[in-house]
Design a binder for this molecule. Structure first.
Ligand code: NAD
Length: 379
């Protein structure tokens, strides 16, 4: 089986789906790797490094797209300014792996099914122990949490650590993290390494010990336990969200930096910071809203923008994982390699739809759409 890695066409995307070290691991499953020239450069891998690892470097990007049995890429296929529609470039009946969406868009599904592509969405890998090595969402959340803490430190007009200087002692920054999942825990760890005093809250009390083990304080609030299925949070109704907003406001207003990561799969992100709370924050305080993509945890967040309101700087970053392309690609490549090892036997796709990983991730196969599409959304 020949697996191809194209150069990502989105201008803000520096990650690459597979890195040179992936080649040796994939060879054991009968997979030969090919990469478009220049595909790994923004992630720290020159063509020569791929070639040295036994990867074929293909100079003509069209030949790469059309000449492979499976395309591994980071972002969902779109329109390459030079090559046109990326799905149309693929061989009919080929396979595709990438971030295609937890709930993939109907037009993409239709297009993939029409071309009889077997497509696998990384967002849909089950969060189970067996699938842990493939968990690309956790990898990217780790990057986002780390980067959020660094960006907050860069945006704050204060030091993070306590400093004793000839000019006297400077108090450490106070960081409050709302939502202690994968990204939140990494934001806590990074803020602690930089010397900040960190508090955190999550509606899943099970994370208390993880928060404490990172040297942060888990804030005890009388908010109902909202532990849902699969380790995720369950959705809370508006009355409970209002209650939580009132309870966390005091901690938000005492903080120099608030990093929010709260989300519930398939729902709009819970609204945890309203404008009144922002108004009561310290001037110069920073909010890093990692839920910006899903509607934002703060009422004033605008996705992809930095907003200044009531003396507070509110960041709504999207796709933070792409801002650390080298390590993000290394993690992603290991996750994709593990998924390919699961899907491919002796150089061919061997799909067992009784298996939860295969059934969960496969969104189109043999001309069929295998995920629910909301009524009326089909073309
Ligand atoms: P996520 O991105 O869906 O949510 C981030 C965090 O926000 C979660 O911790 C959630 O509890 C929290 N949250 C939701 N609503 C909130 C609210 N109103 N107030 C405060 N916090 C709120 O979650 P994630 O980080 O992708 O993963 C969450 C959990 O899933 C992990 O901590 C873990 O338990 C589980 N998980 C398991 C595996 C595995 O077994 N392979 C892998 C990854 C994650």
């Amino acid at each position: 089986m020949r697996v191809g890695v194209p150069r990502e066409s989105a201008p803000d995307e520096g990650r690459v789906a597979l890195v040179p070290e992936s080649a040796a691991r994939l060879a054991k499953s009968g997979i030969q790797l090919a990469v478009a020239a220049g595909a790994g450069e923004r992630a720290g891998h020159r063509d020569a490094s791929y070639a040295a690892a036994g990867v074929e470097v293909v100079a003509d990007p069209r030949a790469l797209w059309s000449g492979c049995d499976l395309i591994a890429k980071v972002r969902e296929p779109g329109v390459d300014p030079a090559l046109g529609d990326e799905v149309a470039l693929m061989r009919e009946g080929a396979a595709l792996v990438g971030f295609l969406g937890a709930a993939p868009q109907p037009p993409l599904l239709e297009k993939l099914a029409t071309r009889r592509i077997s497509a696998f969405a990384l967002e849909r890998i089950p969060r189970t122990t067996r699938a842990q090595r493939m968990d690309a969402l956790s990898s990217m959340a780790t990057v986002a949490g780390y980067k959020a803490a660094l960006m907050a430190a860069g945006s704050l007009g204060k030091f993070f650590p306590l400093l004793m200087t000839a000019a006297g002692t400077l108090a450490p920054a106070r960081v409050f993290v709302l939502g202690a999942g994968v990204a939140g825990l990494q934001a806590i760890a990074t803020s602690r390494r930089l010397g900040a005093v960190v508090e955190a809250f999550d509606v899943r009390p099970a994370v208390r010990e993880e928060v404490q083990s990172l040297g942060a304080t888990f804030v005890e609030l009388p908010v109902a336990d909202a532990t849902g299925a699969g380790g995720y949070a369950a959705a809370m109704d508006e009355a409970h969200q209002r209650e939580e907003r009132a309870l966390v406001a005091k901690h938000i207003q005492a903080a120099d930096v608030v990093i929010t990561t709260a989300s519930v799969p398939g729902r709009r992100a819970p609204l945890l910071i309203d404008e009144d709370t922002v108004r009561g924050m310290r001037p110069g305080a920073v909010i890093m809203d990692l839920a910006a993509d899903g509607g934002g945890n703060c009422a004033l967040t605008r996705a992809g923008e930095v907003v200044r309101a009531h003396g507070v700087v509110i960041h709504g970053p999207v796709n933070l994982a792409a801002s650390l392309p080298d390590h993000a690609s290394q993690m992603l490549a290991r996750n994709i390699t593990a998924l390919l090892q699961h899907l491919v036997k002796d150089g061919a796709l061997a799909l067992d739809f009784a298996d939860d990983i295969t059934a969960g991730t496969c969104i189109t196969h043999a001309g069929e759409i295998r995920v629910d599409v909301p009524a009326g959304a089909r073309a």
